[in-house]
Write a protein that binds this ligand. Structure first.
Ligand SMILES: C[S@@+](CC[C@H](N)C(=O)[O-])C[C@H]1O[C@@H](n2cnc3c(N)ncnc32)[C@H](O)[C@@H]1O
Length: 232
């Protein structure tokens, strides 16, 4: 009996760690979570010992770009507690798309006329298919979606209409990594990669230089040889 209670308590603690109370209804608050992420980013910027969770390592880049653009219009591909609170609170208008219905259901109560959310179920491993939102002009497209490899196809599809595209989890282009996103930024005029955390975030643009050079990062697309050797 005591053993069974112990096992149940361990399972509860594990689930709270994976999704702490502040991220659960009725405790979750979009503005409070956005403020928390901003504070974490500020602490990480001033203290090298502070890190962010791997799923939110894009936050300093997304926040900084959102802050710099006037009334940004944002397309978010792949929702979650790391990016969606920032998009909802810092963009003037947004569309957030998600491939997992139960994951999307966690966020739909926070949508509004200015901040729409939708399920996108038409995709292959290589790209989402026939998505009309890809053809709209966006100030920022944030690419952090499933399936993992469709991120590169989505990047190329949104590129002609986007001012900036932020791609999360790009470290495989610069160092050995277990991932297989097959990123290729060689067709972009401006490329910059944020390298502060183990998961990298790359911003590309064919319109204007990336205004984030004051953050720790590397300018330019990785040379082909570096890309190939990082994958082998
Ligand atoms: C890397 S996650 C997206 C994270 C999100 N952009 C953020 O910053 O919080 C990519 C996809 O994984 C899926 N997913 C399913 N369960 C998840 C979970 N527990 N945590 C994060 N993503 C999950 C969702 O379809 C999500 O769009």
């Amino acid at each position: 009996m005591r053993y069974a209670v112990g096992i149940r308590r361990q399972a509860l603690v594990r689930s709270w760690r994976a999704r702490p109370l502040r991220l659960r209804e009725p405790f979750f608050s979009v503005p409070r979570e956005a403020a928390r992420i901003r504070t974490r980013c500020a602490r990480a910027a001033s203290d090298p010992a502070v890190s962010l969770h791997v799923w939110e390592t894009h936050a300093p880049v997304l926040l900084e770009l959102l802050d710099r653009l006037e009334r940004p219009r944002v397309l978010e591909l792949g929702m979650g507690y790391g990016s969606t609170p920032l998009v909802l609170t810092r963009s003037a208008s947004s569309v957030s798309l998600e491939t997992d219905p139960s994951w999307l259901a966690r966020f739909t109560r926070y949508q509004s006329d200015d901040h729409r959310m939708a399920l996108w179920e038409s995709y292959t491993e290589d790209a989402w298919t026939d998505c009309p939102f890809f053809l709209e002009p966006w100030d920022i497209v944030f690419v952090d979606n499933a399936p993992a490899r469709s991120r590169q196809g989505n990047l190329l599809a949104v590129a002609p209409h986007a001012r900036f595209v932020i791609c999360h989890d790009t470290e495989e282009t610069r160092k050995p990594a277990a991932s297989d996103y097959r990123w290729d930024f060689s067709s972009f005029r401006h490329v910059w990669t944020y390298t502060r955390f183990s998961n990298y975030t790359t911003v590309v643009s064919n319109v204007e230089p990336i205004p984030l050079g004051h953050l720790p990062g590397i300018d330019g697309a990785p040379p082909a040889r570096e890309r190939d050797s990082a994958r082998s």
